[in-house]
Design a protein around this ligand. Structure first.
Ligand code: F6R
Length: 671
């Protein structure tokens, strides 16, 4: 839920840390902070005791003399507190990294942030409100040790009580601060060996964490460790670096290193890294060479990542589909799956566990897998699945879908399924993410880094992959023939061009967005896979525009939600409730037309997503967003695109932060 970055080497650390935080901002954007070892510590005052201030040291009101007394330089800022007026008169909230960067610049004359060893953090608040006091890095009582933490310390309350009883003074409401005091305590007991102090402290922590720690008494050294939270390391000519995500590192090195739970790494300014297991013995970590482009993390000319990522979808679908169908044998290929024909034959139930948008991909998966492979499929929100007693046996196949591969509820669902003996297939976008270590089998989406907090391209990739997998299961059970699969696969190959066509013709979507941008609520209706397309469309709209939206199966409308349609809308267009109806060519199109008529006759404003050439819909609806014809089972992939764009345009018109909607984070690593 947070992002950490740490650097030690031969270059000034501040720019490397700020650049890293910019790349990690998607992980949490409540507040940000950095801590640097002062170069002067090495020669002048290695053991001078000092008391850290309890608020931001870089507060411009703080006198420079106080700043110079701090053994470590710490700057922290809470984001979104300052409104900026742009040249065109529009306003926006200043992001936390921008504020942090300005705070650093403001210190240039009084106490410039210099030093070649430091740590940084972007926060998504869990314990304690977003504030500068609760922002990381957190320090011990002496101010000589600073810690950044991603994760949750479950036994922090007990530890805090014990440490307080020993005289430690706490300056924040966070769970993370106990780590700094615990390390201080351990250092005092072991003669000041930071690595050993971190190791013995970590042994006392329950919960999950990725940590980076510096001490004013160990110049040029950073100790990092992790448990159940991502952490990637690398070394290069200019030193050594560690971060929560590849994106903050690949500018310096593409040879990435991963350490196991509760193992430690000690980063040195020479670039050397030592590795230790939880018992303190030397150990060899695993490595991985990353080939992706750094451009992936940049907007590429689009005003926001959300729009950029929508436009990447044709490429993403091409990549997901590529090489899955063997033309010679006319079969779908899922080489990653180690299950034999006999293993697959005894599968009698399939669970799909996921959260949010990934759950919606799972709902589409259920429809397709049951239709083609005739295996009963249950789709369950991971946070529910993990707390009940689901019927999972060794004959159950579990698909765990998680774009980030870090969602705690999904990870716990995976663990539960593994304990019950099921084979777990993870569908994820993140190479090396936690889910890849927990599942038996991994299908990668290869959608490349998704920066926008609200998912778009990863969702379409999930749907495309699960469509292929549904056909694969049917193939293995001899329920779909080679020619049947070849026909559907052939149509799938047209999807990228169809999406490009939608992206090139957006004027009707913009007009519809203008008409309903001021509404207070919107309804989405569809049937079959059209209903699940609507669930995702409504989620996108509320997430990024904050316009309240609900999605229903078309047949459910008259059982309650129709009461939301205000009859005033019959005479007053401004009172009309927008109803987005997905009514593409399908077995239930005529039923949907009846549902639209029911809503229209009560004063709703109809925005229909329909198949090109469907004139009847044009007579009924106020706005029609046409999509190219495709078979029903593939329609979620195209029909989702105008809904993503509708949400995007409405959000833009309402002036929200599209890439970083309030209260959300890209990786939800808390329950
Ligand atoms: C919505 C969105 C979230 C995620 C959910 C699960 O746009 O992105 O609903 O889908 O938090 O995340 P992953 O797929 O990373 O497990």
């Amino acid at each position: 839920m947070c992002g950490i970055v740490a650097y030690t080497g031969t270059t000034e650390a501040i720019e490397i840390l700020l650049a890293g935080l910019r790349r990690l901002e998607y992980r949490g954007y409540d507040s940000a902070g950095i801590a640097l070892q002062r170069p002067a510590d090495r020669a002048d005052t290695p053991n001078t005791p000092s008391t850290p201030s309890t608020s931001s040291v870089a507060d411009t009101a703080t006198p420079a003399s106080t700043l110079a007394a701090e053994p470590l330089q710490v700057v922290r800022r809470k984001g979104l507190t300052e409104l900026v007026t742009e040249a065109d008169g529009s306003t926006r909230n200043k992001g936390m990294i921008e504020q942090l960067t300005e705070a650093v610049a403001a210190l240039a004359d009084t106490d410039p942030l210099r030093g070649t060893c430091g740590i940084g953090h972007t926060r998504w608040a869990t314990h304690g409100i977003p504030s500068e006091d609760n922002a990381h890095p957190h320090r011990d009582c002496s101010g000589r040790i600073a810690v950044v933490h991603n994760g949750i310390i479950e036994n922090y309350a007990k530890l805090r009580q014990q440490l307080t009883a020993k005289g430690h003074h706490f300056a924040s409401q966070t769970d993370s601060e106990v780590i700094a005091h615990l390390i201080e305590e351990q250092c005092a007991g072991n003669g000041g060996n930071l690595r050993e102090a971190v190791r013995t402290s970590v042994a006392q922590l329950s919960g999950n964490f990725a940590l980076a720690i510096i001490s004013a008494d160990e110049p040029g050294t950073i100790v990092v460790t992790r448990n159940d939270m991502p952490l990637v390391l690398g070394s290069f000519e200019g030193g050594a670096i560690a971060a929560s995500d590849n994106a903050a590192i690949i500018e310096y090195t593409r040879d990435l290193i991963f350490i196991d739970d509760r193992c430690l790494a000690v980063l040195h300014e020479t670039g050397a890294i030592e590795y230790y297991d939880p018992a303190g013995e030397p150990y060899i970590p695993s490595g991985y060479h990353f080939d992706g482009s750094i451009e992936d993390a940049q907007k590429g000319g689009y005003p926001d990542f959300f729009l950029k990522e929508i436009h990447e979808q044709p490429r993403v679908i091409r990549d997901v589909i590529a090489n899955r169908f063997d033309l010679k044998t006319k079969t779908l290929v899922f080489d990653e799956l180690p299950l034999t024909d006999a293993d697959l034959a005894v599968i009698d139930r399939l669970y799909i566990v996921a959260c949010g948008t990934s759950y919606h991909a799972g709902l589409i998966g259920k429809y397709l897998i049951e239709n083609w492979a005739r295996i009963p499929v249950e789709v369950e929100v991971a946070s529910e699945f993990r707390y009940r007693n689901p019927i999972v046996t060794p004959n159950t196949l579990v698909l765990a879908i998680s774009q980030s591969g870090e969602t705690t509820d999904t990870l716990e669902a995976v663990r539960l399924a593994r304990r019950a003996g099921a084979h777990v297939v993870a569908i994820t976008n993140r190479v090396g993410s936690l889910i890849t270590q927990e599942a038996n089998t991994v299908f990668y989406l290869h959608a490349q880094l998704e920066v926008s907090v609200a998912a778009t391209k990863s969702f379409l990739a999930q749907v495309a992959l699960i469509t292929l997998f549904g056909m694969f299961l049917a193939q293995e059970r001899s329920l779909l023939t080679g020619p049947q699969i070849a026909e559907i696969y052939g149509e799938m190959k047209q999807l990228p061009d169809q999406i490009e066509h939608i992206l090139a013709n957006t004027s009707a979507i913009k007009t519809a967005a203008t008409a309903c941008k001021d509404a207070t609520t919107a309804l989405f209706i569809g049937r079959g896979v059209g209903a699940t397309t609507c669930y995702e469309g409504a989620l996108k709209l509320k997430e990024i525009s904050y316009l309240h939206a609900e999605a229903y199966a078309g047949g459910e409308i008259k059982h309650g939600p129709i009461a939301l349609i205000d009859p005033l809308g019959l005479n007053d267009p401004s009172a009309q409730t927008p109803v987005v109806a997905v009514v593409t060519q399908s077995t239930t199109r005529d039923k949907m037309i009846s549902n639209i008529e029911e809503m229209k006759s009560r004063g709703a404003q109809i925005i229909a997503v329909a198949t090109e050439g469907d004139r009847r819909i044009a007579e009924l609806a106020d706005f029609v967003l046409y999509i190219p014809p495709t078979r029903e089972c593939l329609s979620p992939i195209t029909a989702s695109v105008p809904l993503q764009l509708l949400a995007r345009y409405i959000a833009e018109m309402r002036g929200t932060n599209i890439d970083q909607p309030r209260n959300l984070a890209k990786s939800v690593t808390v329950e």
